[in-house]
Design a protein. Sequence first.
Length: 189
Amino acid sequence: MMNVMATARERILDSFEHILISEGERSATMESVAAAADVSKGGLLYHFRSKEALVDGLADRLVGLVARDREAMAADPEGPARYYVRTSMYENSPLDRALIAMARLAQQGHAKAQATFTLIQEQWLGALEAELGSRGVARAVKLLGDGLYYDAAFFAGASSEKQSGEELQDVLAIVDLIVREGAQAQRKG
């Protein structure tokens, strides 16, 4: 029974994400989410008593996905800076979908979504700063990765060609340069 309830809850959140991404925040009504998740309105209300509770659930999902991403970032043999930039390509992953759905809410001025974005952005920046020893260098690397992600997610989308391995290596060489120069500047300063 617990797996069925967990599955229904996840299906509801998946449906909420999908509607936010494809149709926008106004279309993500409790009724439309219940229909898309193939649950009764009572079933939806059992898991999420309001649209705010849906947003809270999506925020919790996103924070959890980011925590797992930060763990992978810290463990990556090439280092967090290269990991962050290398993985900053939209791939329609669970993390990508949660980010885009939450971005739709943040764009509408939703306070919980904006607070969640502030939290996760600070977590990623903090992980980079811990490796690089400089907030400025960490911010430069983060903005490079964010720019790649923004370009792929909002302009080209999932239908675009992936960046070639050679192009990615060129970008990673720039990351290496930023990291190296930042470390040298820090030693001099």
